[in-house]
Design a protein around this ligand. Structure first.
Ligand SMILES: [Zn+2]
Length: 128
């Protein structure tokens, strides 16, 4: 007997500890694989990481994941301003800088914060 092999990557949300605030989105075949890839990138202790399926984000798998803008606008996610840690949600005129060398995107609540603590390493500006 063999189980049908699952080849579609699915969205998992990982949370460290029991924090409701900080989470990371990972695409993987299994929750085990999701935990592993998270620990590789963030060097985290993945034993304590909680994994949750996020079916509404599966649709972005082929694109390598949703944009920050998608998350803010369509999935009610929020981010912390990189400079002042203010909450940036779908209502905020946010300035978004995605960085390939970071696990999570860099998001600013506005121009002033962007100027205050610029993140320049391999950053590419994204317009909303
Ligand atoms: Zn700010």
């Amino acid at each position: 007997m063999s189980r049908e092999k699952n080849t579609e990557r699915r969205a998992y949300v990982l949370r460290e500890g029991y924090s409701d605030e900080h989470c990371v989105l990972v695409y993987a075949l299994t929750s085990r694989e999701a935990r592993k890839s998270y620990s590789l990138i963030d060097n985290a202790t993945y034993i304590s990481v909680g994994v949750e399926r996020a079916p509404s984000l599966d649709q972005y798998a082929s694109r390598g994941g949703p944009s920050v803008s998608d998350l803010l606008t369509h999935h009610a996610w929020w981010f912390e301003c990189y400079a002042c840690t203010k909450r940036v949600d779908g209502e905020t005129e946010a300035r978004i800088v995605t960085c390939e060398d970071r696990w999570s995107p860099v998001v600013y609540c506005g121009e002033a914060c962007c100027a205050k603590r610029p993140y320049t390493a391999r950053g590419a500006e994204v317009s909303r």
